[in-house]
Design a protein around this ligand. Sequence first.
Ligand code: LLP
Length: 426
Amino acid sequence: MPKPLEYFTYRDGILSAEEVALTELAEKFGTPTYVYSKEAFLAPLRDLERGLAGLDHLVCFAVKANSNLSVLKLLAEAGAGMDLVSGGELRRALRAGADPGKLVFSGVGKSLAEIDEGLAHPLHSFNVESVVELKLLSDRAKAAGKRARVALRFNPDVDPKTHPYISTGLKKNKFGLQRAEILALLKRHEFAGVRIAGLSIHIGSQILSLSPFEDAFKKTKRMVGEIESILGSPLEFLDLGGGLGIPYRNEKPPSIEAYTKLIRKHFGPKSEIDGRYRILLEPGRTIAGNSGVLLSRVLYRKPRKTKDFVIVDAGMNDLVRPALYGSYHEIVPVEAARGKGKRRKCDVVGPVCESSDCFASDRPLADRIEGGDLVAFLSAGAYGMSMASQYNTRGRPAEVLVDGEGYRLIRKRETFEDLIGSEVFR
Ligand code: LLP
């Protein structure tokens, strides 16, 4: 998958998205603005497709990572399916032109309205995580004269060795059904509106080694065997979730090639299960993470005895990952020359009235960076804009998609009127 500076490179000393200088985009659209590279989205998708060639498969982009309609359209046109976790994401995917047959409706708590909405379309499948939800889905499908195709989400109790907030496959997590729960539910005969055709897992996000995947795959195969012997018929597909990590700094995540090789080893035509299941994946970060940067302008530099505060015009409302998970984003000057010379420890902070509005602490930044300079927060294409809020009555950023030397605005900056538009006030 792309490195932070693979599709964003310095050209004539100016950081550029593909062939477009970020200075030009800042001038035209203002800051803060998310800037994406089209090719950076497509390259990892192609790598996943190449790695799974010859195996019946479907790569479903996890819409939660980046839900901009134009991004979804780009990926849908490249053949991707989508993984959805809300009725809103379902509507986005359909609006973007995704093929309903390539949509997977996941989510730990779907409302009745969302279940009905999902049933109204010929989706690939629902991932179901609780017995009560399965019963509800079954009843609603039956009432509508349908039979929904379902994968049970299995919680394999595997430690993904990632941040606790984004680890999802441990026994203590709210996600999925445990082995005993699955075995018990299969013995009940009250789910006439669904067809249990698959098993799904998702053990966490930003996973940096293959071993948690391998543990989960082994447990999944065992579980499949048990399920099939109770059902007396074979499952059709296995959804192996997302979670493959990306480099933000100097991490060395497994390559897409190594990851897909592992999948083939366990589920491919030459494995003991003989490639008989369609394999679904739900990658988000792998596809979008290094496809975007957040472009921001330095407002002020406030010198202090031990370090400086670099105050930028982006805030935690625009990119919440550092405040929420303590996560690292590389911060680079758009003009390479501003990054030269002596460095000094800095806290890079936003204008939001919270001390957690801090993108980096004690980060060595060049002395030359000062008010008026442009900086880019790298690796911000996944869980950046999609997690942005309007806290402090700040409109969310604009988004721009670059394609070679061309570009277009794919989301306008929110205005004050947008912010108050749905308030009832008299
Ligand atoms: N499928 C399911 C059911 C998920 O819950 C997730 C992510 C994915 C797929 C995609 O995972 P990925 O390939 O992107 O790792 N906001 C956090 C990440 C939360 C991930 C939650 N689930 C962050 O900014 O790091």
